[in-house]
Design a protein around this ligand. Structure first.
Ligand SMILES: Cc1ncc(COP(=O)(O)O)c(C=O)c1O
Length: 420
C-alpha cells in the first residue's frame, strides 16, 4: 500500500506554518477591525496601520462607499451570472475596459477576476512550448506560478541586474533560434517587498539588440507612479514600449479584480485564450461599477496622489535621517531592514503594537535572508504627518532595544522552543 498522502503534513507544516502556534492571530492572520483607514483597531486597541495597500485612501472614501452601496442595491452580488463568453458580459464591463485602456495608454484592456489568477493565465496563454521566458528572480508568486505552467524553457535573471538580464536574453535568443519560438520578458513595475522599480527603461533599451516582448506587473505602480498615475512605465517614460501591462484593483483602487492591457489584437487573443477568464464567472457588477468610480477619481483628483507622496517623503525621509536602512526603494513601499532573528522580530513587533500603537507587516526568513528582519510599511493618503512623527519616534525606541539586546532576552523562550 502507498503511504498516506497526509503523512508529510502531519510531520511538517512548512517553513512558515511551523510558526503558527506562536504567531497565528497576532503576527499572521491578525484581525484588523473598524473602517479601513490610517487608524484601526487591533485586539481592541487603536493602532496606526502601515500594512494596508490602500495607497490613495479610496477604500473608505465616502464617494466610493456610496457608489459601492448603490451598486450593491441595484445589482446584488450575483449579477451577471456566467463567464463573460457565455452569459456574463455587460456594457459596463466594456466601458470599464475602454476607460482603463485609455488611462494606461494602450489600445485595449481586458478585465480579470483576480490579479493572481489573471497573471498565471495570461502567461499561460501568451507562450507556447517553443517560446522562452526570461524573468526576475524576485518576481511575485503569481508570475512564478504562471511560469511553472510553461512547457518550454525559462531563465531567471538576478534581481534588477542589467548584466544578468542581458546574459539571459542572449541565452534565450540562442534557445529560441533552435526552438523557433519567441521571448517573453517579465518584470514587475514595482517590487512589492523592497519597493524598487523594475528597470523598465533599460530593459526597453535592450529591445534594440534582442527581439522580445515585455510583460509588466504594475500592481504597486498603478495609481501611485507617473504624472497621471499610469504607473512605473509612465514614470520611466517607456509606457508605450510595455507590450503587456497588468495592474490589480487590490491596491490603489482598493477593491477586487484586475486588468491586462495591450494592443487590440493581443487583447482579443487573450480574451479567447485566457483560461482563468473563459472558465470562471465574470467580475461581478458591484466591482465593475466601483472600479469605474475609482478610476474616475484617479483621473480627476490628483490631490490624492499628491498627499500620498507627501506622506511617503515624510516617512522615508524621516527614517533615513534617523539612520534607518530603507534599502533602495523607489516607490511608496517603505521597507525598514533590521538585523535579528525571527523570535527577536516577534518581540520587536509586539513592542511596536502594544507599547507604541504601530501596526506594520513583518517579513522574515524564508521570504528574506536569515538574520534580517524586514518591517514593511505602506504609507497612504489617509495618513497624517502626526502618524509619521509618532511612528518615527517609535522606530527609534525599538532600534535601541534591538541593539541593547532587550528583544533577545524577551524572545529567548520562543527561540529555545524552535531551536533557533
Ligand atoms: C505584484 C503583484 N502582482 C499580483 C498580485 C495579485 O493581485 P490580486 O490581489 O488581484 O490577486 C499582487 C497582490 O495583490 C501583487 O502584489
Amino acid at each position: 500500500m502507498a503511504k498516506d498522502l497526509f503523512d508529510k503534513i502531519h510531520k511538517s507544516k512548512g517553513p512558515l506554518g511551523k510558526w503558527a502556534e506562536v504567531a497565528e492571530g497576532y503576527f499572521v492572520f491578525p484581525k484588523l477591525e473598524g473602517p479601513i483607514s490610517n487608524r484601526m483597531k487591533f485586539q481592541g486597541k487603536e493602532v496606526i496601520t502601515w500594512s494596508i495597500n490602500d495607497y490613495l485612501g479610496l477604500a473608505n472614501h465616502p464617494e466610493v462607499r456610496k457608489v459601492d452601496a448603490e451598486a450593491g442595491v441595484k445589482y446584488g452580488s450575483a449579477y451577471p451570472m456566467g463567464a463573460r463568453m457565455m452569459s456574463g458580459h455587460t456594457e459596463l464591463h466594456d466601458q470599464l475596459q475602454d476607460e482603463l485602456a485609455e488611462f494606461v495608454n494602450k489600445e485595449a484592456a481586458y478585465l480579470l477576476n483576480f490579479g493572481y489568477q489573471g497573471i498565471v493565465s495570461s502567461i499561460d496563454a501568451l507562450v507556447s512550448k517553443d517560446d522562452v521566458i526570461v524573468y526576475d528572480v524576485d518576481a511575485h508568486a503569481c508570475i512564478i506560478d504562471g511560469v511553472r505552467l510553461h512547457l518550454g524553457k525559462r531563465f531567471t535573471y538576478k534581481h534588477n541586474d542589467l548584466e544578468s538580464i542581458e546574459k539571459n536574453l542572449q541565452r534565450a535568443t540562442k534557445m529560441a533560434k533552435v526552438s523557433g519560438g519567441g521571448i517573453l520578458l517579465i518584470s514587475e513595475g514595482v517590487f512589492g517587498m523592497r519597493g524598487e522599480q523594475g528597470r523598465l527603461k533599460e530593459i526597453v533599451a535592450l529591445k534594440k539588440k534582442y527581439n522580445f516582448r515585455l510583460f509588466v506587473d504594475d500592481a504597486h505602480g498603478f495609481g501611485t507612479l507617473g504624472k497621471t498615475g499610469a504607473g512605473a512605465g509612465e514614470e520611466q517614460g517607456v509606457q508605450d514600449d510595455i507590450d503587456i501591462y497588468f495592474a490589480t484593483f487590490a491596491k490603489s483602487m482598493a477593491s477586487t479584480g484586475a486588468f491586462i492591457a495591450a494592443e487590440e489584437e493581443i487583447i482579443n487573443y487573450l480574451k479567447y485564450n485566457m483560461r482563468s477568464q473563459m472558465f470562471a464567472k465574470s467580475l461581478q457588477m458591484q466591482l465593475v461599477v466601483g472600479a469605474l468610480k475609482r478610476l474616475d477619481m484617479l483621473r480627476t483628483m490628483p490631490e490624492l496622489k499628491d498627499k500620498l507622496w507627501e506622506n511617503v517623503r515624510a516617512l522615508q525621509g524621516g527614517l533615513k535621517e534617523r539612520g534607518f536602512d530603507i534599502g533602495t526603494t523607489q516607490s511608496c513601499v517603505t521597507p525598514v531592514y533590521l538585523k535579528g532573528s525571527v523570535p527577536e522580530a516577534m518581540a520587536l513587533v509586539k513592542d511596536l503594537r502594544e507599547n507604541h500603537g504601530i501596526f506594520c507587516s513583518i517579513v522574515v526568513y524564508p521570504v528574506i535572508p536569515k538574520g534580517l528582519i524586514l518591517l514593511r510599511m505602506i504609507p497612504t493618503t489617509t495618513h497624517t504627518l502626526e502618524d509619521v512623527d509618532l511612528t518615527l519616534k517609535a522606530f527609534s525606541a525599538i532600534r535601541e532595544r534591538l541593539e541593547n539586546g532587550t528583544y533577545k532576552r524577551l524572545s529567548a523562550a520562543v527561540a529555545a522552543a524552535f531551536g533557533e
